[in-house]
Ligand binder design. Structure first.
Ligand code: ATR
Length: 290
């Protein structure tokens, strides 16, 4: 619903916040560098929705209190970032299948009856970002580098999206085992598995912030190996640059951020924003940081 008394057309900012404005929040610690408010508010504006997202710094350990506060204050939804994803999974009333498997929530919806629903949209956002780039994961052999929270979401969704094989490569083998177990086709792998893979996904922070490092030796890359890096700062990581120079298909990390946020908006508002709106907002936020 458009704010009363505002004559802006669709796509222009809805500036008037009224008593009817719906509020969602992003909780995290630290939260001030979160891109979520920029992405979500751009989508609310473009859709003419009288909704706003604000960032809330929530101290470690206070994730359950934030869920209780959303009930008290009528906050319609939360985006959840580190370090609250596991605590919030315990605090909500119901979970979607991904959040239940991962014991991790990145999205909370407050239903009209006061109950809370937790979802994990990261993995499906990752798969959607590949689809949007023209790459279907069904039947693919995939190597995932890293076994942290992002890798766990990705491996789970690669499994549900029909990947043929998912090899998890991580320096800590115990984490790789737990991560691989999230997909029926998951297994612990080594870098040697890249030779038979269709898709390589980096979920480690290697290459972030201009370090110039690659998470694997450039020699394992091939023109027919698609490469995705979920690191988006820089947008073209050294891994993606090396793959592009070989003529390989590359998919950057903003797609996952954008498409998981599209899922969040669908859960909160019931409408689907244009991913390009969110991507443009993310890019303009990131430009000053480059
Ligand atoms: P996220 O939530 O973004 O996935 P995370 O949970 O901290 O972040 O996971 C980071 C992953 O990158 C882990 O798998 C980590 O390996 P360990 O499980 O052995 O800690 C991996 N990682 C972090 N730094 C790395 C490095 N320098 N080289 C290789 N792997 C690294």
């Amino acid at each position: 619903m458009r704010a009363r008394g505002v004559s802006a057309t669709v796509g222009e900012p809805v500036t008037a916040i009224s008593g009817a404005t719906r509020v969602v929040g992003v909780i995290g610690s630290p939260v001030r560098h979160s891109l979520s408010p920029a992405l979500h508010n751009a989508a609310f504006d473009a859709g003419g929705l009288d909704w706003r997202m604000l960032a809330f710094e929530v101290a470690p350990g206070d994730g359950a209190a934030a869920v209780a506060a959303m009930r008290t204050l009528g906050i319609a939804g939360l985006a959840v970032t580190m370090p609250h994803k596991a605590d919030v999974a315990e605090a909500v009333d119901a979970l979607d299948p991904a959040a239940a498997a991962l014991r991790s929530v990145n999205t909370v919806v407050l239903h009209p009856d006061g109950s809370t629903f937790g979802a994990s949209t990261d993995g499906d956002g990752f798969v959607d970002s590949l689809v949007a780039a023209g790459y279907a994961v069904g039947g693919r052999r995939v190597v995932v580098l890293g076994a942290g929270g992002a890798a766990r979401s990705i491996v789970y969704s690669l499994g549900t999206a029909g990947a043929a094989d998912v090899a998890v490569v991580n320096r800590t083998v115990g984490s790789a085992e737990e991560c691989a177990a999230l997909a029926a086709v998951g297994r612990v792998g080594t870098v040697a598995d890249v030779a038979d893979a269709d898709l390589l996904v980096n979920t480690t922070p290697v290459g972030m912030g201009g370090s110039g490092e690659l998470p694997v030796d450039v020699a394992v890359l091939r023109a027919d190996l698609a490469v995705c890096d979920i690191v988006y700062h820089p947008l073209e990581t050294p891994l993606l640059a090396a793959a592009r120079e070989l003529g390989a298909r590359t998919i950057d990390g903003l797609g996952m951020l954008v498409h998981q946020a599209v899922h969040q908006q669908q859960l909160w508002t019931g409408s689907s924003p244009d991913p390009q709106t969110l991507r443009a907002a993310a890019e303009s936020e990131l430009t000053p940081r480059a």
